[in-house]
Design a protein around this ligand. Structure first.
Ligand SMILES: Cc1cc2nc3c(=O)[nH]c(=O)nc-3n(C[C@H](O)[C@H](O)[C@H](O)COP(=O)(O)OP(=O)(O)OC[C@H]3O[C@@H](n4cnc5c(N)ncnc54)[C@H](O)[C@@H]3O)c2cc1C
Length: 520
């Protein structure tokens, strides 16, 4: 008889730990469920990474599943609405070279290749402006919805920007008070194993033993269980993506009512790039760079220069800058025996498309939805989990590399190295060859759980200025569709006009949602 999985022990109380705890508890505790016992142990001495402020639309579903109201997120986490990313200075150096990767798909994307029609007028209108009304909404700094729109519903697709520390706190309180997760504030000092190599318990530095059937390693870059205990190494991805350090800083708005950008801004600089995320009370800014091409002094000068340029009046000396080194890569296995890694303990790659939290949501959802009833089933779930996460990581590497390899920048050794096709994963190189005659399409991202749909490849490809060497062929079917395309473009324009007149600004919406608390 196989032993049942009754108790899950999660080590680590960052975003990874609490998302995993929340999703598991929402699905496996409460009436009609198996009443899983969930324990989360968090060190009182080791702080969470404290960054990770940009999310994807998938976060809406995650919050819904966990049972958190959107208004609570906005009020408690300094949150704002994010509709995608604006890339500045990537194709060529200079602020005038910019494009959007919005969250909404091109219109009627399941069956219509609008890219084929856009190419004929690509010198007049940007790809994003041609295919979705979201681009003008973003440009105007508007929210993705109105105050009266039901929670999590939208006019244009969105995720959030939020304060990572406050987000972990909100999840913590909800998971403990509402979902019945047991919380222990203590340091895990050692690990005890069974004869078959499974973990039987984590031992706290107080000597107390926390036993479990499944252990989730959410200990961040320390990777206490998967890395240190099981000895699973990180497969380095530095040969493809060179960035391995960041400097992060929180910057106040010049004045309280300043606009909140509807996108993350990612500005390419000499040896990396700078993220700029607008929350309600401040901006989160960070410089990601390659230590092989720059050093901390140079990187500090670069981020200080950006802050001075974009936040005139803010005194650099008043700000606290934090250096965060990282090893770009992922663990060679994510689930070993009865232990699974979620979050930074499983790997990390630069946050260019904010994929880390999305990967955490994916991992935690798989664990929850395929929760193994016993040890025999766990071996199968573990094997599948490893295959799926490896697939996701490989796609993330490929998609991020696309942003670099298409650049035409030659102003530094960094950009010349980034553009070198020899540093491109083989599969991406093949796709780039194929896209010389056809746009990225569903075949390029065929799975239902794909992190980046082919539409994302289109936005980046054409935003970066890629134009096919061989004109895309309009087949007989597509010629017939010309009327459909004209009608669609007309509808897109109408929708954009309507939304520009109806939608509040990003700041107006979050302030209205925050003020409602006073009314309630
Ligand atoms: C520079 C940078 C920018 C980023 N930007 C983004 C972004 O925009 N979007 C995005 O999606 N992601 C981003 N990320 C990634 C994101 O921050 C993380 O994926 C996310 O915060 C999850 O972290 P974590 O919970 O795995 O680890 P952590 O937050 O580091 O938490 C680790 C936890 O483990 C506990 N712990 C460690 N050792 C022990 C022990 N011995 N005993 C008990 N507890 C222990 C700690 O106390 C802590 O609670 C970014 C990351 C970096 C480095």
């Amino acid at each position: 008889m196989q032993s049942a999985t009754r108790r899950v022990v999660i080590v680590g109380g960052g975003t990874a730990g609490w998302i995993t705890a929340g999703l598991l508890a929402a699905q496996h505790r409460g009436p009609g469920s198996r009443e899983l016992d969930i324990v989360l142990v968090e060190s009182p001495d080791i702080p969470t990474i404290g960054v990770g402020e940009g999310t994807w639309p998938s976060m809406r579903m995650t919050l819904q599943k966990i049972g958190i109201h959107e208004a609570d997120l906005v009020r408690e986490c300094d949150a704002s609405f994010k509709q995608g990313t604006e890339f500045i200075g990537w194709s060529e150096s200079g602020d005038e070279h910019r494009y959007y990767h919005p969250f909404s798909f091109p219109a009627e994307y399941s069956s219509l290749k609008l890219a084929n029609y856009w190419l004929d007028q690509s010198d007049k209108v940007s790809f994003a402006d041609f295919v979705t009304p979201q681009a003008p909404v973003i440009a105007a700094g508007l929210a993705p919805k109105q105050l009266t729109t039901p929670e999590y519903a939208f006019n244009v697709n969105y995720g959030y920007h939020f304060d990572a520390g406050k987000f972990a706190k909100l999840l913590h309180e909800h998971s403990v008070k509402t979902l019945g997760v047991n919380y222990i504030s203590a340091n895990v000092g050692s690990i005890e194993s069974r004869e078959n190599g499974d973990i039987s318990a984590v031992i706290l530095t107080s000597g107390e033993k926390i036993e479990g059937d499944l252990f989730v390693d959410c200990t961040g870059q320390r990777s206490l269980l998967i890395g240190q205990h099981f000895g699973i190494d990180v497969a380095s991805m530095k040969e493809f993506l060179f960035n391995d350090a960041a400097i992060a800083v929180q910057v106040p708005y010049a004045k309280p009512g300043d606009p909140i950008a509807s996108v993350t801004r990612a500005t390419a600089v000499e040896s990396g790039w700078i993220w700029d995320i607008g929350l309600q009370s401040r901006r989160g800014i960070g410089h990601v760079y390659s230590t092989a091409h720059s050093d901390e002094t140079h990187a500090m000068a670069c981020i200080s220069d950006y802050v001075k340029r974009t936040a005139p009046g803010v005194r650099i000396d008043d700000l606290t800058f934090r250096s965060i080194p990282f090893e770009p890569g992922y663990r060679q296995q994510f689930w070993v025996k009865n232990c699974v890694a979620v979050g930074l303990s499983g790997g990390f790659i630069e946050p260019l498309e904010a994929s880390a939290l999305a990967l955490i949501e994916q991992a935690a959802s798989i664990i929850s939805e395929q929760f193994p009833a016993n040890r025999e089933i766990m071996s199968v779930v573990a094997k599948r989990f490893n295959d799926r996460m490896l697939y996701h990581w490989q796609r993330v590497i490929e998609f991020l590399k696309l942003h670099y390899v298409l650049s035409r920048r030659t102003d530094s050794a960094y950009w010349r190295d980034c553009r070198d096709l020899a540093t491109c994963p083989d599969e991406l190189r093949d796709k780039l060859t194929l896209w010389q005659q056809q746009p990225p399409w569903h075949d390029d991202a065929p799975r239902v759980d794909e992190l980046f749909p082919s539409a994302s490849y289109q936005y980046v490809l054409y935003g970066m200025g890629f134009r096919p060497r061989y004109p895309y062929v309009h087949g007989a079917e597509e010629n017939k569709e010309k009327t459909r395309v004209d009608r669609l473009l007309h509808t897109n324009n109408d929708k954009a006009r309507q939304m520009l007149s109806l939608l509040p600004t990003n700041r107006e919406l979050v302030e209205a949602m925050t003020t409602l608390r006073g009314v309630a």
